[in-house]
Write a protein that binds this ligand. Structure first.
Ligand code: NAD
Length: 488
């Protein structure tokens, strides 16, 4: 039977999940969540956790840590595998929760369930592959054993734009490594986390391993945990501003820090690119998640010889996208998360136009309930426009024209961010040599989507520290230990 909105809302678990059970927040307060496609409250009562609740969650994580670290890797692997299957079994509920609270169309939410679930499958496979090394010391009189151990209880803080996958990417890696955790999802999208925690309970994770604290006071919750030296790790996905503050706060107890922060991805189309493929890739790179993705192409850097063809075809594709409420059939683009975020996008467009950019399609807010903004293409965007240096986080594509490869690379690298870049060229040599000059943790070559659970996701420069996914993902939750062995 299909899951209905009212059934989902009434069947959500109530409370924080701490030490293997659901409990109310210490002050018994709750908060509601808005549907961005209507601007109206959904009618849920999510527990509003406090600093005391966060400490209780950490107590549980600390108590569970030694037992969890000692679990056989195969056992952890099997729980993760059950979590993978559980996500797929509850795909309709997870997808509907995401669409209601975040706004993306149901088809995209289902895509996120598949993507988010894959982190459980990937890390179920990694859990049994954590290895070390054994070498003869150069002097011959001893042996060097290098092994690793879980870093310890971790605080996992996630944003609203991928309410499932940002959590599973952290939870799965931490659990595979043998770490216990306190999860703090965005206050804008807690419903998906609540359903996910039911999946984790069914998968059999022991009490205290995975704890969930929903709250409207993220600063108080994170400050309480970072002030506690028993917390050994913080993994954060979100804005660069908050990431930097957490990095500073973690310095008191030198908690290990992983940061997945904002991006400002260039999408480079060279003169020899397959323009049709570039347009298809541009649509994916720009419009995945309605443009509300850290990997979203933020600047289109296109060679003069192909810019007209690219612009026309891209604008036609953007203009054909259907906007609306994510639950409605055929809708391809949902609303922006909040009215204020939509207003920011409108200001960036206005600033670019004031400075001389041309609107090829779109350019305005949409007159309907909720916070929709038209899919927009701007061309001839001049260098000083704020839209080129600000993460747009919406369906707006500014195009900059360049005259050669060196200019393309210079424009692409002219940003503090360094998460991802996209590059279109038919020449293999050029693809590799230009990709190596791009200052980004990830480069999509002739493709508009790079996210893959088996690949190391992460940025350089202001886009963060560390990698999630791939073989690197589990390392973020491990400490190296060296055992020096004397012989004879
Ligand atoms: P945000 O920084 O406002 O919030 C992220 C999380 O941090 C939320 O859970 C929030 O409650 C919490 N938070 C806010 N203030 C805090 C504080 N003072 N201390 C501790 N926690 C705090 O970001 P957002 O608006 O939710 O997400 C959008 C941002 O996330 C964008 O910049 C985007 O690029 C980035 N993002 C990055 C990646 C990546 O992998 N690099 C992925 C998705 C989103």
């Amino acid at each position: 039977m299909p899951v209905t909105e009212s059934h989902l809302v009434s069947s959500l678990p109530h409370g924080l999940f701490i030490d293997g059970g659901w409990r109310p927040a210490s002050g018994h307060s709750t908060f509601d969540v808005d549907d961005p496609s209507t601007g109206e409250p959904i009618g849920v009562a999510v527990a509003d956790g406090t600093a005391d609740d966060a400490r209780a969650a950490l107590d549980a994580a600390v108590a569970a840590q030694p037992g969890w670290a000692a679990t056989a890797p195969r056992e952890r692997s099997q729980m993760l595998r059950r979590a993978f299957e559980g996500c797929l079994a509850r795909a309709d509920e997870l997808a509907l929760a995401m669409t209601l609270e975040m706004g993306k169309p149901l088809a995209e939410s289902r895509g996120e369930v598949a993507y988010g679930a894959e982190f459980f499958r990937w890390f179920s496979e990694e859990a049994v592959r954590i290895d070390g090394r054994y070498t003869v010391a150069p002097g011959g009189d001893g042996r060097i054993i290098v092994t690793s151990r879980p870093v310890g209880p971790a605080l996992l803080i996630t944003p609203w734009n991928f309410p499932l996958a940002m959590l599973t990417r952290k939870i799965a890696a931490a659990a595979a490594a043998g770490c216990t955790m306190v999860c703090k999802p965005s206050e804008l999208t807690p419903m998906t986390a609540l359903v996910l925690f039911e999946v984790l309970v069914d998968a059999g994770f022991p009490a205290g391993v995975c704890n969930l604290v929903t709250t409207t006071d993220a600063p108080a919750v994170s400050a309480a945990l970072l002030a506690d030296e028993r917390l050994r790790k913080v993994s954060f996905t979100g804005s660069t501003r908050v990431g930097k503050a957490l990095f500073a706060a973690a310095s008191d107890h030198l908690q290990r820090v992983s940061l997945e922060l904002g991006g400002n991805a260039p999408f480079v189309v060279l003169a020899d690119a397959d323009v049709d493929a570039a347009v298809e890739g541009a649509l994916a790179a720009k419009m995945r998640n309605g443009g509300e993705a850290c990997t979203s192409a933020n600047r289109f850097v296109v060679h003069r010889s192909v810019v007209d063809r690219f612009t026309d075809a891209f604008a036609t594709a953007m203009a054909g996208l259907q906007l609306g409420r994510g639950t409605d059939e055929g809708v391809q683009v949902g609303p922006i998360i909040r009215e204020a975020d939509r207003a920011k996008i409108a200001r960036l467009v206005d600033d670019a136009v004031d400075r001389g950019a041309q609107v090829v399609t779109g350019g305005s807010v949409v007159d309907r309930p909720g916070w929709c903004f038209e899919p927009t293409v701007l061309c001839d965007v001049p260098g000083g426009a704020s839209i080129l240096s600000t993460e747009i986080f919406g369906p707006v594509a500014p195009i900059v024209t360049v005259d050669d490869v060196d200019e393309a690379v210079a424009v692409a690298n002219d940003t503090e961010a360094g998460l991802v870049a996209y590059l279109y060229t038919r020449d293999v040599d050029r693809a590799i040599t230009v990709a190596e000059r791009l200052e980004a943790g990830m480069v999509g070559i002739n493709r508009g989507v790079v996210s893959n659970p088996a690949a190391p996701f992460g940025g350089i420069k202001s886009s963060g520290l560390g990698r999630e996914g791939g073989a690197e993902g589990v390392e973020a939750y491990l400490e190296t230990q060296y055992l020096g062995v004397a012989l004879g």
